[in-house]
Design a binder for this molecule. Structure first.
Ligand SMILES: *Cc1c(COP(=O)(O)O)cnc(C)c1O
Length: 512
């Protein structure tokens, strides 16, 4: 039997260097563009490379096959159903890509004079108007490059607001115990003390606990609604009253707005600051597929603190406004990931008001459909109707020695990406399932059949689950080491002592 390591060496990643043969060539440079540029005169002598880089010499077909084969070993929304709760892995329409590749968007440079990029500025301006309307906020910055970056921006705005009023004692940020990990992390990173409010038996913020925590030190409450159980915080009016009466602000984590588009608005619920993930709700690529975008919207009283520049318009001419005296400053280079803004704008304009509302209705329907069809086999902590996602539990299976990890791994054998597991942290053996609106009934039905089959396997063939996945080239990598100490070069790969195949401890949260 060949060792797993050898198997990987010959079948997965190693081949491109091993195929190298001097004299083979798989590249070509454009002939006219650079041929008249004297590279040596532009780059300082001490910066010039003295030895050639060690690159493989392979032919074009070899390199194309290498990378296409690698890409096929991946799970992606273009190839697989991806019910990763809280991540909203919806389909990324190809029309978005067409728009982003239009020359007028793709080939402009951020240092171009404003009068030569009016089209892009117009789009950014209109995108802001759309996001305002969708959320009920008064202004947006499009700069933050991710949800967590938006949260950091939000924390800076919270501090600037309180400081601006001379209210310097507000050092505490309250988050629910079901909150996404980035919420307490962002608040702590910016220097706030994080207080956790418990969820009640209904999976919502425990209002009486919240009342005990809110006070003169409260800077803000960070809340996601629907929360990470997929449940709507139906006491949101009381929650907002409690925080506002204590003098704090309300921050809305709108990374997953997928249940509310066109149906309900955080601005109307009393939130003061909102961040959105365009790479979740608004169908722009996600994770390894592209840079993120986490625009932040605010109510009027926070507009003076927004990051610069803001995109504005006078007599039909668009411009970048840097004249914002109380701004928290610049949040990143240039103006945000504008290629993502083009994609999100395309998504919004394509669906329109009614289309967006229908997308949310379908997302809710799809989640409830799966929930209903698997709840005989898998425990569901909150059996009421859910919003765009729900949490199931592998607790019956636990008695058979099978954990949520094993179910998630077994799903890979059937060609499904795993749900988010062990999150929210307060639910034992959690599996958080979010199908999104982009899946057909056929896909949902197949997934349901597979989930129920896996539940039967847990009873009759538990080892099959514990050894899954059996069909993929890597079975059980060390998830944490893979994220924290990735082996990304051929040299490191050869140097890696062993390929991790230990089983992760059940209970390890998914780093989604
Ligand atoms: C994904 C997510 C975030 C973080 O967004 P990133 O773009 O990954 O930084 C924050 N909150 C919730 C609820 C999320 O689902």
């Amino acid at each position: 039997m060949i060792e797993r390591r050898e198997f990987l060496m010959t079948h997965t990643v190693s081949l491109i260097f091993e195929k190298s043969k001097e004299g083979k060539q798989g590249w070509s440079l454009p002939c006219n563009h650079f041929s008249d540029v004297e590279i040596h005169s532009l780059v300082e002598a001490n910066l010039l490379r003295r030895v050639h880089p060690q690159l493989p010499s392979v032919s074009e077909p070899e390199i194309v096959r290498h990378y296409v084969t690698l890409s096929q070993k991946n799970f992606s929304v273009d190839t697989h159903f991806y019910p990763l709760g809280s991540c909203t892995m919806k389909y990324n329409p190809k029309l978005n890509e067409d728009a982003a590749r239009l020359e007028g968007f793709a080939k402009i440079h951020p240092y171009q004079p404003e009068d030569t990029v009016q089209g892009m500025l117009h789009l950014l301006y209109d995108l802001e108007q759309s996001l305002r309307e969708i959320t009920g906020m008064d202004r947006f910055t499009l700069q933050p490059a991710a949800g967590a970056h938006g949260e950091l921006c939000g924390m800076m705005l919270v501090k600037a607001y309180h400081d601006g009023r001379g209210d310097k004692a507000r050092t505490e940020v309250i988050v629910p115990d079901s909150s996404h990990g980035t919420n307490p992390a962002s608040a702590a990173l910016f220097g706030f003390t994080v207080l956790t409010v418990k969820s009640d038996a209904r999976g919502r913020v425990d209002l009486s606990e919240l009342k005990k925590l809110a006070g003169p030190k409260t800077a803000c409450l960070m809340l996601t609604n629907p929360n990470t159980f997929g449940l709507f915080e139906d006491e949101i009016r009381e929650i907002q009253k409690c925080i506002h009466e204590a003098g704090g602000l309300l921050y809305y984590d709108g990374a997953n707005m997928n249940a509310l588009l066109g149906l309900a608005r955080p601005g109307d619920m009393g939130f003061d600051i909102v961040h959105l993930n365009l790479h979740k709700t608004f169908s722009t690529p996600h994770g390894g597929g592209g840079p993120g975008a986490g625009p932040v919207g605010v109510k009027k009283k926070l507009i003076p603190y927004l990051p610069i520049p803001l995109v504005e318009q006078k007599n039909g001419t668009y411009f970048l406004n840097y004249d914002v005296p109380e701004t928290i400053g610049r949040l990143r280079s240039f103006y945000g990931n504008v290629g993502m803004h083009v994609r999100a704008y395309t998504f919004i304009r394509r669906l329109g008001r009614e289309g967006l509302a229908q997308a949310s209705r379908d997302a809710i329907l799809n989640a409830n459909y799966i929930k209903k069809k698997i709840e005989k086999e898998f425990a569901v902590p909150h059996p009421e109707f859910c919003m765009h996602e729900f949490v199931a539990q592998a607790v019956h299976q636990n008695n058979l020695g099978v954990h949520a990890t094993d179910i998630a791994k077994r799903l890979l054998d059937f060609g499904y990406h795993a749900p988010t597991i062990y999150f929210p942290l307060i639910v034992p053996e959690a599996m958080m399932i979010e199908p999104t609106e982009s899946e057909s009934k056929e896909t949902l039905d197949s997934f349901i059949d597979v989930m129920n089959q896996i539940a039967r396997e847990a009873v009759h063939f538990p080892d099959r689950l514990k050894q899954a996945p059996a069909t993929l080239e890597i079975s059980r990598p060390d998830d944490v080491a893979a994220a924290r100490k990735p082996v990304l070069t051929y040299k490191d790969y050869l140097g890696a002592a062993h390929l991790h195949s230990e089983k992760p401890e059940p209970g390890t949260p998914c780093p989604c």
